[in-house]
Design a protein around this ligand. Sequence first.
Ligand code: ADP
Ligand code: MG
Length: 387
Amino acid sequence: MTLTELASETSRRFQERYGHAPLSLVAAPGRVNLIGEHTDYNDGFVFPMGIERYTVIAASPSALRRAQIFSADTNSEVTIDLESTVTRGQPSWSNYMRGVIAGFQKLKIAIPGFDALVMSSVPMGGGLSSSAALEVSTATLLEAASNHRLDPVQKALLCQKAEQEFAGVPCGIMDQFTSVMAKEGHLLLLDCRSRTTELVPLTNPDLSILIINSNVKHELTGGEYAERRAQCERAAQILSVASLRDASLPMLEADRARMEPLIYHRALHVISEIARTTEAAREMRAGQWSKLGQLMYASHDSLRDDFEVSCAELDLLMDLARKLGERGGVFGSRMTGGGFGGCTVSLVETRSVDAICQHIGAAYREKTGLEATMFVSRPAGGARVLK
Ligand code: ADP
Ligand code: MG
């Protein structure tokens, strides 16, 4: 579904529900990270792009000082009182929006009452950041409704805070930054320390970014993310650096004896991944697809073996792509997102996309009994007002 189709469907659903056409329509994209995983909270680099999957919100002002929001994706509604300070509440999905509204309240930006309908083509919980797309589309709607534009960095940080404090996810800044600042035809090399971005073009039509959703999400104990963060902090402490961004591989080797093996391996992933990420941006600029692809495989291996955040399904999808190799049109492939399920991202030849999808889909089905969902995406632009 294109953005235009999604927007008109959202409009139609709004009209059906509220009896009139929406006055405004906003959209914010999901994202995929090409390389640089678990580096953002270590002050490192990430290399994401917006994808052609969006969360769209249709809205109209209402006479009442409250937000009435229906999510077509969860088929549920929430009413939020705007006269008092917005707090966490039910249903749980509303917290992503409540957090953003609370962020505006904190800035003393008056939000008029509104009716809204949310619809998304970003799969929920698939690692493509439907959560950031929801936050950033909400912030974009509130900017339009209040006639008050935020600075893009401030907007992304406000959305990140919403996810941290209202949804309880201790996330880094990549998702919200990308959903706000993505640029059509470009990847974003984002320095998570300085919060500056460098745009790297990707417009060659012979090359495609293929996203494959394993359609599994292993819940485990739920504490894995916080645990990895703590392990990285521990490693930085032993290495006497503010964050692993400031460490090098020789430094790590020099202090290896002073670390538990587990902490060493966590740090090894982060330090090598930060280096791979800046290198990947250079290879992308130089059009060196093979070299870029090798960095993606190395990233996957490191996430699987040293950081231990992959799972059998992601390993299988990566292996299937890797075995096809360049002769089969695949330059590189890796798990993307936090891990334990979700998607892989692959750099492939456009003319081989159909054959690759067919092969991987069939083999994945045969080995796991599961259906993988696949799509290609060009690098999409960030959040915008459509109407
Ligand atoms: P991801 O960001 O990778 O998709 P998360 O677990 O971070 O996964 O966020 C998914 C959650 O975000 C959903 O469970 C839901 O609560 C919320 N969400 C995202 N998009 C929507 C939507 N269109 N409508 C309602 N809730 C949504
Ligand atoms: Mg998310």
